[in-house]
Design a protein around this ligand. Structure first.
Ligand code: URA
Length: 223
C-alpha cells in the first residue's frame, strides 16, 4: 500500500511538473469529438451522407437509415442506441413504443420532442433489433461526433448502455455510469436507462426518474 501511494505521489508530481494542476475525479473524455473527420458541411449534407452510407453491413438489411431529427442547433441532444422496426420503416428516431415512453419521460420534466434533437449511436437497424456490434458502433461514431458539432448541444442525455459507453468511450456498465454528470469536451452528459429497457423492467423507472431530475437540475442550472 505504501509503495502504491509513493508511486501515485511521484506520478502526480510528474503531472504537476508538466503543468497539470488538477485531476478530475472521473475521466473527462477529450477525443470522442475528434472522430469527426472535420469535413465542413451542414446537417443536410450529413443526413444525405448517412442515408447513402455503406460503411458497415447494416446497409444491406435496412429499409432506410435513420439519421436523427430536431432543431439544429439545439440545446438538448438525446442519444439512443439504434433504430428499431418502426424507425427503420419511417426513417425517424423513436417512433415505436419506446418512443412513446420517451415522449412521456420528456413531458414529465416539462420538455416536448420539438425542443430536442434526437439521434442514435447507430443509424441503421440491426436485424431483429439485436444490440449493435462493436464494428457497427465504430463505423457510425464519426457521424455522431459530427452531429454533436452541428447540433452544438448544451447538454446531452444518453439513453441506455450503448449510448453511455459510446459517448464516454468506456466499457463501464450503465449502472456505474448513471447518477452523476459526465463531461464531453465541457458538455454535461447524463445517462439513464433506455426506454425499451424500462418497458421490460418497470422497476427501473424509479432510477430513471432520478436521472431525469438530475438532467433537469443540470439544465436549469445552466440557464
Ligand atoms: N430505440 C433506439 O435506441 N432508438 C430508436 O430510434 C428507437 C428505439
Amino acid at each position: 500500500m505504501r509503495d502504491a501511494l509513493r508511486l501515485l505521489r511521484s506520478y502526480l508530481e510528474y503531472l504537476n511538473l508538466l503543468g497539470v494542476e488538477s485531476v478530475p475525479s472521473y475521466p473527462e473524455i477529450r477525443n470522442f469529438l475528434d472522430l469527426d473527420p472535420g469535413i465542413p458541411g451542414t446537417m443536410e449534407d450529413l443526413i444525405r451522407e448517412i442515408q447513402r452510407c455503406h460503411r458497415c453491413a447494416l446497409h444491406r438489411t435496412r429499409t432506410q437509415a435513420v439519421p436523427g431529427e430536431g432543431p439544429h442547433p439545439c440545446s438538448i441532444l438525446l442519444v439512443g442506441e439504434a433504430p428499431g422496426r418502426e424507425e427503420d420503416l419511417e426513417g425517424r428516431p423513436f417512433v415505436g413504443r419506446a418512443g412513446e415512453l420517451l415522449t412521456r419521460m420528456l413531458s414529465a420534466i416539462g420538455l416536448s420532442r420539438r425542443e430536442v434533437y434526437i439521434t442514435n449511436v447507430v443509424k441503421c437497424r440491426p436485424p431483429g433489433n439485436r444490440t449493435p456490434e462493436k464494428e457497427e458502433i465504430e463505423a457510425c461514431r464519426p457521424y455522431l461526433a459530427r452531429q454533436i458539432k452541428l447540433v452544438k448541444p448544451r447538454i446531452i442525455l444518453g439513453l441506455g448502455s450503448v449510448a453511455a459507453r459510446s459517448l464516454l468511450l468506456t466499457e463501464e456498465p450503465l449502472s456505474r455510469l448513471r447518477g452523476r454528470v459526465h463531461y464531453l469536451e465541457g458538455i454535461p452528459v447524463i445517462l439513464t436507462y433506455h426506454p425499451a429497457y424500462l418497458l421490460r423492467n418497470p422497476a427501473a423507472k424509479r432510477l430513471a426518474w432520478e436521472d431525469l431530475q438530475l438532467f433537469k437540475k443540470t439544465l436549469d442550472g445552466m440557464a
